[in-house]
Each structure stands twice: as C-alpha cells, then as structure tokens.
Design a protein around this ligand. Structure first.
Ligand SMILES: Nc1nc2c(c(=O)[nH]1)N[C@@H](CNc1ccc(C(=O)N[C@@H](CCC(=O)N[C@@H](CCC(=O)N[C@@H](CCC(=O)O)C(=O)O)C(=O)O)C(=O)O)cc1)CN2
Ligand code: MET
Ligand SMILES: [Zn+2]
Length: 781
C-alpha cells in the first residue's frame, strides 16, 4: 500500500467567493462599453485583470493570507455556471459556430451564448438556489462532447502567482453543474444530464491536474446541489453522483487538495457520502444549517478531513453574533481536530463595503457587515483558531453588545404596528367569492375578449436615469424631476393608446428599482448609495436594508396613478411590489420570523391599495416575481413558507371591493412546484413568464384547475429580438388550447425596463396584431 501524498494544510480562515462586479461597478461598465462598441476586448481584459489584482490585494489587507490558499480565485465576466459550461466544452449546437479550430470560444462568443444573437436564443436564465442571483442554464445531451476547452481558471491562478499570491481556484462542482443543466434540444425525451457524469469527470480531473502543474495547492469545488431538495433530480441521485465523482477525482496523486463547499443549507445525508470519499476538506453552511451531531453514523471519517465552518453569513448583511459563531466552530471540533472558518456562502450576494455609505447613520452602520467586513470577521475567528480565543475575546464581546443594542434600538419594535398585526383575523385574508368579483369587474371594466396589457415598466432610458441622478445630486429640483417623469408617462400612455392596449400602465419611470423605490418610501427600511450586488450579467441591484418594524408614513404611488388616469379613458393599472418580493430582494432583519415581517409590509401595501381604489383606480397589480425564489430548499420547510407568503399577499390585496381587479405577476422561475400556491394567491388575473419555455407552464395551469384570469407571457423581454406576428399568434393559440378562452390575457413575459423603445414598439405592435387575428378567428367560429 502506498502512502497518500502529504497535502498542505487548509488555511485557518477563508471565504467561499468575493463580489466580482467591482466596488464601483467597474466590470459592469467595462462589459457594457465593450458590448456597445465603445471599447476593445483588450481594454475589457485589462479592466478585469486590474479588478482581480485589486481583489487579491484587498483580501490580504483585510486579513486573509497571501500564500496559504485562503484567497478564492472566483472571478467571472458574466456568470460562473456559464464559465463552467464553456470550460468543459458544453456549448449548445446552435452556437457551435462560435467554437474555433482549437475548440475554444472567445470572449465575444461567451457573451453571445449568454445574450443570444439573431434567431439563436441565449441560454435560459434562472435563480441560483434561494438567491436573487441568476445563472445561465447549461444544455446537455447525449451529443455533448466534454473537453477542457478553456484555461481561464489556470491562467487566473498563474496571474495571481506572478503577483505573489497563492490563491485557491474555485469552480462549480461536477454534480452541481449537471444537476443544474437541462436536456439539450437534441436530447431524447426523459434524458437526464446527470447521466453524463462519467463522461464529464475525466475533464474535471484534467483541469485539476493542470491546476496542480501550475502550482495550485487547493481547489474549491462548489456543490450546493447537494443541499437542495428542490431540483429536477432527487437528493438520492445527487448523493450517489457525489460518491462517484469524489471517489474518482480524489484518486490521482497529481492534483491539488480538494475542498468541496456546500453552501445554502445543510448537507444532510450527503455529508456521510462526502465523508467516505478521499477529499481533504468540506465546507458546511452553519448559518442556514446546523453543526452535525458528533458520533452520528458514518461521520467518523470526517476526523481525518478539515471541516470548514461557514459560520459567517454570506447571504445577509448583519454583523451578527461572533461569539455564537465561535461556539459553532468549537462544536465542529468534536467531529474533527482540523477546523477552519469561512463564510456560509460566497460573498457574491453582498455589496463590497459599508464604509463609504453616507446616508446610513453610525448606529445602523454599527450593525452591518458587507463583504469586506465579513472578511474581517473571518480573519478574527481564524486568529482565534490559530492562537486561542483569549486574544479575540474582546472582539466577540463587542459584536454581542452591538447585537443587543440593535435589538433594543428605537424603531426596531413599533407598538402601533405590532398592535395592528395582533388584531388581524381570518377575514383580513379573504375577498369575496371569485364569481361575484368576476361579474362586478366585467361590469366595471368592460374589457374585450383576450384583453391586452403589459407588465408595468417601459424602457428606463438614459435620460430617465440621468434625471434621477441629477435629482439626487441636487441639479434638478423636485418639481423639475416630476415634470420629466410626467412627460415620460404621457409618452408611454400615448404609445399604448396608439398600439391599442386595453389596460394601461404608467411605465414606472419614477422607480430606480421595483423594491428599492418602495423601501425609500416606507419606515423601517434604509437604502444604500453604492451597495450594488450582481443580479445577472451586468445587471445589479442595491438591496434595501429592512431593519425595523415597517409602516407607511404616506401614500406612495397614488399621485402617479391618478395623474396617469387623467391621460386616458381606458383603465390604468396601479403598480405595486408584493410583500414576498420586497423581502426577497432586501436584506431582512433576522431577529424575527420572515412571516411576521411580511405581514407588516403587507399591511402597508393594503393601505396603499385601498387608497388607490379610493382615488378611482380600478385595476391594481401586485408583483410577486420572487415567490418561487424564496421557496426553502428543504421540503420540510416549504409548507410553512407557502403559508406565510401566500397569507401576506392575501393580506395586502383583500382590503378592496369586488369590482377592483387585482393582478399579480410572476417570472424567472419554474412554477410547477408552486402552482397551487399561485392559485391560493386568489388574484383575479395572473401574468406569468411562459414564452421561453414555449408555454409549457399552461399544462401545469390546466392540471391545477386554475379558474381565474391568466396571462402567459407571449414573448421574451430578456432579449432585444422582436417576435413575429406568427410566433405570437402561435403562442396565444397554444394557451387557448389548454385554458378556457375567457380566462386568457395577452401580455409580454415581464416588464420592459431593460429594453429600448424601438424594439418595444415593434414587439407590442406585433403582439396586438396577433391578438386581433386570434380574436377574429375565435369570434367568427
Ligand atoms: N431588485 C430587483 N431584483 C430583480 C429584478 C428587479 O427589477 N429588481 N428583476 C429581476 C431581474 N433582475 C434585474 C436586476 C437589475 C436590473 C436593472 O436594470 N438594474 C439596473 C440598475 C437599476 C437601478 O437601480 N437604477 C438606478 C440607478 C441607475 C444608475 O446606474 N445610475 C448611474 C447614473 C445615471 C446615468 O447617468 O446613467 C449611476 O449611479 O452611476 C436609477 O434608475 O436611478 C442596472 O444594473 O443597470 C434588471 C433586472 C429579478 N430580480
Ligand atoms: C421582475 S418582475 C417586474 C415587474 C414590474 N412591474 C416591471 O414591469 O418591471
Ligand atoms: Zn417579471
């Protein structure tokens, strides 16, 4: 028997990943300049190199080691799952023209796969576990030929080495890569991408060998699929795949030491599986998950591995209780003598740093930790692990004290809000029967067969954003800003009238973001100036901070909707963001159950909706695109979630008369699992993303017995492509084949804010032409 090679020690502290977009969105700006033809690929690459160097230096400055593999090499130009697809040669057939003679795709081609071109649709985009980050879905079939088609990761590691850093390359693990993939267009019915594992593993092994040759001592393989019970493949299948994968990848001597990270929840049975493989370190999410019980069956082999305790929350901004985090690390020591500290997830979900924020106030700032502050927390705990807890005791105590101060601060608990919540009864969560509502609404609205509408936003042009930036800078007065927005609303209304839409929207020009806008107008929230977080590709958001009890000091949207209604005879649809989505896209207080916070937001929205009704608005849409996103990864937690999420939506929307039509909108997800919950929302009309999956969702709707209005999106707004009249006609007819005629609405998949005006006008015009054609056909039969 040969002795295994000696492996270098895992660093005592690390993070699973770091934001890639740059402290001032440098990468976003550089990539968009490249797309716009305003810079060359060399200039873009130079910005990226600069950011990577800056990140390595910054992380050392914050306390990570320069040469102990503690710095993750986790850069991406657009998305880390796309990076893996391109690295392993998994390019869909429609893009093979982008692959050069060496089997590689250049940076331009990489962006084309992400964004589509001409008739070639981009990879589908969907939510990354329970976060607001979207990854691109690889397409895998029996025809996919895996090969090592990119050395980007090796190059980035070598680039760091030349600068004097020994970093730790990070890549999506093989099980997660395949579990998140979907069958390619060429794949036969029933094909499962995970069935290609044995063909993919040699390519991963080759990459590991190349990294070892380049000098990498550790590599990180991210396997969040192992914690999720909500994927297309079962946990039993992902566990079995992990056993195979890590037995195989662990076998060769010529490889870096392997660290498998399992962020977003606990590993459950998969921990036993990983324990039995020859990998050297395992990362556990101890924020969402718990410390495994020492002595549990099958965990003995952990004693010879490093356990990396993800005790610092990578998914939320609170400074948290470091003393409690320390205790979790101590508890881990019962399983292995070798314990390190890390974040629970990549810091990708957090803004860079609290420091430059000028509007947050010292008190709130003292409660917060963004990415850089989380790195410092990791460094503190790592010092405790290395030198004993005595040296860090005062820091632990300070964090406990800050947390106690936070819980006792004014505004965290508001008596009036609490009293109102305590007085709620079942009647506050229910409307009249749908039959009664439908009749009252038919009379009030008098809409045609196949009513047409849009999802709310119209293009956010440079002029609109500039005007808002000028308002913030004090260059425009409130009145001047209002005038610019009103002019935009007038243009949007006129356009909709010309095109012939039936239910009119105001276009949301006054909103920087559909959540931040409401946060700015509600008590209990704070917003950042520069707290940008990547949502997908170059698109970023500044998640708001929900720190206290929520209430509405005054009406928020009423004046805008009332103004819009003065411009048209047609019904104007009021536009609000729902409680679940407001929570999902903010950083939410962690001192009380989410359901309680959601009810507070719902009550504020309920008042807004009744105020809209009093002001003469007859249709109100309450968007819940994040309903599916927040669905817990563990099945045991899902029923309770659906109960409070559906409840908060109903609380927000059930204060109105039968004649007021409530719409909701959902997008960005697979809806099958939550279709019953969507029905339970009891909205009069639900618009739902459907075009990219060619109306697959209507079969779910049909089998669920959904009996109210439904608008399956008839074109994808994520690409500038203008759908033809024929295409839209076909999709409307597909919907009509499954759903009773009178229920069907015609609308795009989502809001138009990321589009330009030219394609918007062309697409909506075609949508109306298709609707008229179908109307004529159905009505003459
Ligand atoms: N929070 C959130 N999550 C979501 C969505 C969403 O709409 N909101 N939609 C889904 C998809 N995700 C998306 C996320 C972001 C964007 C998006 O368009 N983001 C914009 C920023 C939106 C914004 O905050 N705009 C601000 C600030 C704009 C800005 O960058 N201003 C310039 C200055 C203005 C100029 O001169 O151009 C600056 O600060 O430097 C405003 O309009 O006021 C972007 O990245 O470009 C779209 C979809 C799912 N998750
Ligand atoms: C991400 S869902 C977007 C809904 C919103 N009303 C809009 O049109 O932009
Ligand atoms: Zn949407």
């Amino acid at each position: 028997m040969t002795t295994p090679p000696r492996r270098p020690a895992f660093p005592s502290g690390t993070i699973l990943g770091y934001p890639r977009i740059g402290p001032n969105r440098e990468l976003k700006k550089a990539v968009e300049a490249f797309w716009g033809g305003r810079s060359s690929v060399e200039e873009l690459e130079q910005v990226a190199r600069g950011l990577r160097r800056q990140t390595r230096e910054r992380l050392v400055g914050l306390g990570l080691g320069r040469t102990d593999s503690s710095i993750p090499e986790s850069f991406s130009y657009y998305d880390h799952v796309l990076d893996a697809a391109v690295a392993f040669g998994a390019v869909p057939a429609r893009f093979t023209g982008l692959v050069n003679a060496q089997g590689r795709v250049d940076l331009g081609g990489y962006f084309t796969i992400a964004r589509g071109e001409g008739d070639s649709l981009p990879l589908e985009m969907t939510k990354w576990f329970d976060s607001n980050y979207h990854y691109l879905v690889p397409e895998i079939g029996p025809e996919t030929v895996f090969s090592l088609a990119s050395d980007a990761l090796v190059q980035q590691f070598s680039e760091g080495l030349q600068q004097g850093f020994l970093t730790r390359p990070v890549i999506v693990g093989p099980v997660t890569f395949l579990a998140l993939s979907k069958p390619s267009d060429e794949a036969p019915e029933g094909f499962v991408p995970l069935s290609r594992l044995d063909d993919l593993l040699p390519v991963y092994a080759e990459l590991l060998r190349r990294l070892a040759e380049a000098g990498a001592e550790w590599v990180q393989l991210d396997e969040p699929a192992l914690v999720s019970e909500s994927l297309d493949v079962s946990s039993a299948d992902t566990s079995a795949a992990a056993a195979r994968a890590y037995e195989y990848l662990g076998a060769p001597d010529a490889r870096p030491a392997i660290f498998v990270a399992a962020p977003y929840n606990s590993l459950g049975d998969a921990l036993t599986v990983l324990a039995a493989t020859p990998i050297e370190a395992i990362g556990l999410d101890l924020v969402r998950g718990t410390v495994p019980a020492a002595g549990a069956a099958g965990l003995d082999p952990l004693a010879s591995k490093t356990l990396v305790g993800g005790v610092i929350d990578g998914h939320n901004v609170w400074r948290g209780d470091l003393a409690e985090a320390w205790q979790k690390l101590e508890a881990l020591r019962a399983l292995s003598p070798s314990v390190s500290v890390s974040t629970s997830t990549s810091l990708l979900h957090l803004p860079h740093t609290v420091e430059p924020e000028q509007l947050l106030g010292d008190q709130l700032k003292s409660w917060l930790a963004f990415a850089d502050q989380k790195v410092e927390q990791v460094a503190t705990l790592a010092e405790g692990l290395e030198k004993g807890v005595a040296g860090i005791r005062s820091v632990l105590e300070a964090s406990t004290a800050a947390l106690a101060a936070r819980l006792a601060a004014p505004g965290v608990s508001d008596g009036a809000v609490r009293a109102r919540e305590a007085a709620l009864t079942a009647a506050d969560f229910a409307r009249e029967d749908y039959a009664v509502r439908a009749k009252a609404q038919e009379q009030a609205l008098n809409l045609p067969f196949l009513p047409t509408t849009t999802i709310g936003s119209f293009p956010q042009t440079g002029d609109i954003r500039r005007a808002r930036a000028q308002l913030v800078a004090g260059v425009l007065s409130d009145d001047e800003y209002q005038a610019v927005m009103r002019a935009e609303i007038a243009r949007v209304v006129e356009l909709q009238e010309e095109i012939g839409l039936d239910v009119i929207v105001h276009g949301e020009p006054e909103r920087n973001d559909m959540v931040q806008y409401f946060a700015e107008n509600l008590d209990g929230f704070a917003v950042t100036q520069n707290g940008w977080v990547q949502s997908y590709g170059t698109r970023c958001t500044r998640p708001s901070l929900l720190w206290g009890d929520v209430s509405r000091p005054k009406p928020i949207t009423v004046d805008w909707s009332v103004f819009t209604q003065t411009l048209t005879e047609k019904p104007v649809k009021g536009m609000l963001t729902g409680p679940v989505t407001i929570l999902a896209w903010s950083f939410v207080r962690d001192d009380q159950p989410l359901g309680e916070t959601a009810r507070q937001v719902a009550l504020a929205l309920r008042d807004e909706i009744t105020d809209l009704q009093s002001a003469g608005i007859t249709v109100v849409q309450v968007d819940e695109p994040a309903l599916r996103e927040l669905l817990p990864l563990k099945k045991a937690d899902q029923a309770a979630y659906l109960d409070w999420s559906v409840g908060s939506f109903r609380l927000a929307t059930s204060g109105v008369e039968a004649s007021t039509q409530i719409h909701t909108h959902l997008c960005y997800s697979e809806f099958g699992v939550v279709i019953d919950a969507i029905d339970q929302l009891d909205a009069d009309v639900t618009s739902i993303e459907a075009a990219r999956s060619r109306m697959e969702v209507v079969t779910d709707i049909k089998s669920s017995g959904f009996a109210r209005g439904i608008g399956p999106g008839v074109y994808d707004i994520h690409s500038p492509r203008v759908p033809s009249v024929g295409e839209v006609t076909e999709l409307i007819e597909t919907a009509l084949a499954s759903i009773p005629d009178r229920q069907v609405w015609v609308n795009p998949d989502c809001g138009l804010k990321t589009r330009g005006y030219d394609e918007t006008v062309a697409s909506l015009t075609n949508m109306l032409e298709a609707t008229r054609a179908v109307r004529a056909k159905v009505l003459t039969h």
